[in-house]
Ligand binder design. Structure first.
Ligand SMILES: Cc1cc2nc3c(=O)[nH]c(=O)nc-3n(C[C@H](O)[C@H](O)[C@H](O)COP(=O)(O)O)c2cc1C
Length: 381
């Protein structure tokens, strides 16, 4: 159970921005979604209106399994920020393809344009062809994470150095910055020193980075035990780094909410029955470059079944499939275990986000309030 004082804060909700083609499941089932900018503006405006606080743009530079068209994540995120009023948009970025100071500048400009709503998700990458195709070296798994750690330290260091009156210095294995002054600095948002830094990846190295340098740790789809195991390890790493209680947790889940349980489960079975086996198998092979390639074999997709991989971020495993009551109950059970934010994917973006906002979210808020009254979400004394 979470013992952090923020346990009583309302859960936050994010959705996956469909900025690459093919939808969120590798299946020929009808998905009423679209990767175009115009469609995404409608989704973003609807999502913020019904109670979503964040959106996450994916980064993909070249086609992979079912993602034949890909919009670039930082420019797409900025576009969405200009068309919304409250939504925070998180852009996924790859160390190794960005210089951290160039990204620090880009995100601060986006932060000013959006009045303090820009954020980043630092991903260490699993898709080798993306790097080799761009002529960049493909580092071994834990080296990618060592670079990501340094990347985040530079990003945060630059943002925090603003206004201190001296140039930023960094001499690392991957980046060197000399007497660099970043002006302007982040927009002044109460409780937020600079744009939030998320970390996507679940291996032992990812858990270390999550605990030592990130503001947020993103988990791939998991059941209760799978989430708790990561929660404990990341918090332990945070405590060792003197950052106890400072890391927040986001969990991925694919939502199929319908009026009846049977209807929801028959949608799931149709998704699986119409899965594209070749694409799922190709993806399985490519992601061997993730946690499976490390000494302890821990990480994203290391124990995923073929069925799990049809939603490429293991979103079925979180179990958000059923009636609004069933889904809301499960979401709040995850909250009691330490989840601060849910990152959600949908089949029919506009209809499903509207349904989630109308039917599921109010129940979540009721159950959260009940859990506080029952002392199940107690703040730290
Ligand atoms: C919520 C979340 C979002 C992610 N988004 C992306 C992405 O947009 N592009 C990408 O290449 N990888 C993405 N990743 C995967 C990361 O690249 C990750 O570092 C990689 O899969 C290796 O994971 P591992 O630490 O478990 O080995 C994401 C991971 C998570 C958990």
């Amino acid at each position: 159970m979470t013992t952090l004082s923020r346990a009583q804060d309302p859960l936050k909700f994010a959705y996956w921005v469909p900025n690459v083609s093919g939808g969120l499941v590798t299946s020929t089932i009808e998905q009423r979604t679209d990767w175009s900018y115009d469609f995404n503006v409608k989704v973003a405006q609807l999502a913020e209106q019904v109670g979503f606080e964040y959106a996450l743009s994916q980064v993909r530079y070249t086609a992979s399994y079912g993602a034949d068209q890909q919009h670039e994540s930082t420019s797409f995120s900025l576009g969405l920020l200009t068309q919304t009023e409250k939504l925070k948009v998180i852009a996924a970025v790859h160390p190794g393809l960005w210089h951290p100071a160039v990204l620090a500048k880009f995100i601060i400009t986006a932060d000013h344009i959006s009045n303090g709503r820009a954020a980043v998700n630092v991903v260490s990458g699993w898709f080798k062809d993306e790097f080799t195709g761009l002529g960049e070296p493909w580092l071994e798994h834990d080296e990618r994470y060592r670079r990501s750690e340094e990347f985040i330290r530079v990003l945060r260091g630059l943002w925090e150095s603003n206004g201190k009156g001296e140039g930023f210095e960094h001499r690392g294995d991957f980046y060197r910055i000399h007497d660099f002054t970043l002006q302007p600095g982040p927009v002044d948002v109460p409780g937020r020193p600079h744009p939030e830094i998320f970390q996507g990846g679940n291996s032992t190295a990812a858990r270390r980075n999550g605990g030592t340098v990130a503001d947020w740790y993103f988990s791939n789809g998991k059941d209760f035990d799978g989430f708790t195991e990561q929660y404990l390890e990341v918090n332990q790493n945070a405590a060792l780094a003197g950052r106890e209680g400072q890391v927040r947790f986001g969990l991925n889940g694919f939502v199929v909410a319908r009026d009846s349980e049977d209807e929801a489960h028959s949608v799931l079975e149709e998704i699986i029955a119409k899965a594209n086996p070749e694409a799922v198998e190709g993806f399985r092979q490519a992601v061997q470059q993730a946690g499976s390639s490390t000494g302890d074999g821990k990480g994203m997709w290391s124990d995923s079944t073929t069925r799990d991989l049809v939603q490429y971020n293991d979103g079925f495993r979180t179990g958000l499939i059923g009636t609004p009551e069933q889904i809301a109950t499960r979401i709040v059970e995850f909250k009691k275990r330490g989840v601060d934010l849910f990152l959600l994917g949908f089949l029919h973006y506009l209809e499903d986000i509207a349904y989630f906002g109308e039917k599921v979210l109010p129940l979540v808020r009721e159950l959260e309030a009940q859990a506080v009254r029952d002392g199940e979400l107690a703040p730290t004394p």
